[in-house]
Design a protein. Structure first.
Length: 347
């Protein structure tokens, strides 16, 4: 039986199966589900918890031995097996079937680890246990679904957050659910029974460097050159990882390219990209000076930076970042200089 993340709490109120498979590439949700399972098991009398790892001289027979061994602490055991590669192999698949077939099995086995590929769920071993176990996949939350996740968090903490403030949180914590959950908890402590808008987020957000990156994006779009220089100097002084900045630059240039191609459908494309009304004017300002050819050159400069930074390294990556930022100002001389740089690097 497949159980999704938002169904886990409700499902745990039902009788628990002897086997639960928990696999995915999103650590915060995976840890949340593990904690929920442990709490439910403890409430139902599973006082003893045992842990194994398949990478540490592991043998599936050890699980059966533990299940059959008498315990001084409890008759029912919660047995956890961490399987990082999500591949049980022939022996593991056969063991799962054997475990599910034990009629008087009063123990619960939870196997968890990295992402399980779709092909794994079509194998014989998986089909054999599908109706006798739970499979809980946890995925990275895509950007377009992140607002819904935040709304659920706000509800749980009884927070009233404006759409503009929520959009900023989505930008700041995309790909970092653990940090996002921690930030929502902080907001609940700082602003109980208050409406939280952009200014409150600016004052409260704990990851100031990431918020400064968000400000850099706004000043780039608005052509605020002096502020852009100041922000880059500040981020360099804070030793922020450069790829966080280039990630933001890549996102903004991708948005601009899609909006440029949208033509008269600008508002519809903004809605599709989840660009809030209070930021639309920034993209309009940028598109008044940047054309598609310029945007393509910025993308090429970013791609070149990524290749060099990840392979040979750069002695002064912030110098290159400043150059890429300058391209957003749409000065012809800077683009001519950039073309010469790209030409020299490809020779």
């Amino acid at each position: 039986m497949r159980v999704y993340f938002n169904q886990v709490n409700r499902q745990l109120a039902q009788p628990l199966p002897s086997l639960i498979l928990l696999f995915g590439d999103e650590p915060y949700q995976q840890q949340t589900v593990l904690d929920q399972i442990r709490a439910a098991c403890k409430q139902q009398g599973f006082e003893e918890r045992l842990r194994f790892n398949t990478e540490e001289d592991f043998n599936w027979q050890n699980i059966l031995n533990e299940a059959q061994a008498m315990s001084l602490f409890a008759s029912k055991k919660l047995i956890e097996v961490e399987m990082p590669n999500a591949k049980p192999g022939k022996e593991g698949g056969a063991f799962f079937k054997e475990w599910c077939d034990i009629t008087d099995n009063e123990h619960i086995l939870v196997v968890w680890g990295g992402k399980m590929e779709a092909a794994q769920t079509k194998t014989k071993w998986f089909k054999n246990i599908e109706n006798h176990s739970w499979y809980i996949p946890v995925y990275e939350i895509e950007r377009q679904k992140l607002p819904d996740w935040f709304r659920q968090q706000f509800q749980q903490h009884q927070l009233n957050v404006t759409p503009a403030a929520q959009a900023i949180l989505c930008d700041l914590f995309e790909g970092n659910l653990a940090g996002a959950a921690q930030e929502v908890s902080r907001l609940a402590l700082i602003y109980p029974n208050q409406t939280i808008d952009v200014e409150e987020i600016k004052k409260a957000v704990s990851d100031h460097s990431r918020f400064t990156v968000f400000q850099l994006a706004e000043d780039l779009l608005a052509n605020n050159r002096k502020k852009v220089v100041q922000i880059i100097q500040r981020l360099e002084g804070e030793e922020l990882e450069p790829v966080i900045i280039t990630w933001m630059l890549q996102r903004e240039v991708d948005y601009l390219a899609q909006l440029a191609l949208a033509g008269n459908q600008f508002d519809a494309q903004c809605k599709k990209l989840r660009i809030w009304d209070n930021r639309k004017h920034l993209y309009k300002m940028a598109l008044q000076r940047l054309n598609l050819n310029m945007l393509e050159e910025i993308q090429q400069a970013l791609a070149q930076f990524e290749v060099e930074y990840k392979t040979s390294g750069l002695t002064n990556p912030y110098f290159r970042i400043a150059h890429i930022c300058a391209l957003f100002f749409a000065q012809p001389d800077i683009f001519k200089f950039n073309q010469l740089m790209l030409a020299n690097e490809t020779e």
